[in-house]
Design a protein around this ligand. Sequence first.
Ligand SMILES: NC(=O)c1ccc[n+]([C@@H]2O[C@H](COP(=O)([O-])OP(=O)(O)OC[C@H]3O[C@@H](n4cnc5c(N)ncnc54)[C@H](OP(=O)(O)O)[C@@H]3O)[C@@H](O)[C@H]2O)c1
Length: 248
Amino acid sequence: MAQVLAGKTALVTGGTSGIGLAVVRRFVDEGAHVVLTGRRQEALDAVAAEFGDRVTAVRADASNPTDVAGLFEAVAARGAGLDAVHANAGIGEFGSLTEVTAEDIDTAFATNVRGTALTVQGALPFLNEGAAIVVTGSTSASGTERGFGIYGGSKAAVAAMTRTWAVELAPRGIRINTVVPGPTETSGLKGLAPSDPDALLQQIAGGMPLGRLLRPEEIAAAVLFLVSDESSGMTGSELFVDGGSTLV
Ligand SMILES: NC(=O)c1ccc[n+]([C@@H]2O[C@H](COP(=O)([O-])OP(=O)(O)OC[C@H]3O[C@@H](n4cnc5c(N)ncnc54)[C@H](OP(=O)(O)O)[C@@H]3O)[C@@H](O)[C@H]2O)c1
């Protein structure tokens, strides 16, 4: 079968782990050159070693405007523009209303909201004709998971921004959609319970209609769909890949 992204260039933020890494893998398999980011140099080096000249790994904190400017200097240096963008870098931490601090709130919103906005904004001058953007939301944006109020609020902001940007970008023929993962087995999810991650994962999986967590590759398949022409009729949408978790 023909590769969906043959000869195309993609950007994936937070591409060194979990969902982002699965997207990098899938995009490379489909023929793209992928520019990817993360904050940890050793993780970037590992992805660069795995994929060689199929990727460009750039150390950039999505919440830091100077880092984001550096990222787009690297995109400019490649000289091929961008056909697909996945603004995926994000963090989540448990913290009930009685526990969260001002710093916790700023950290979540700096990465998930400011980081997403700076990434999409920075990509605009480089978007090739017909380019498509995907941002990573979360079922927490519309759910009521205890301890996830601030995280869910930041992801609700991401979905809201995306709806407006879809209207703003439509005259350029650029589509932007939100992929909405349910609980997905990643180090990010495990990091919510560092003392006993397996117990947390088992507990969440037990509450899922499918009886298991999602795999990062299942989210990546939806992201590929959203950047491909197969989704040409979609913009400003939220595509839930949640294993039915929002049904119960
Ligand atoms: N796993 C789930 O159940 C789930 C469900 C719904 C939504 N999500 C969302 O999916 C996205 C990916 O999560 P994941 O579970 O795959 O997490 P993960 O395994 O922890 O991966 C997160 C990736 O983002 C990078 N990152 C984090 N903060 C960053 C920042 N400020 N700037 C640049 N890169 C940053 C990380 O690298 P560094 O640490 O080196 O920066 C890593 O590459 C997030 O937006 C998350 O909120 C996850």
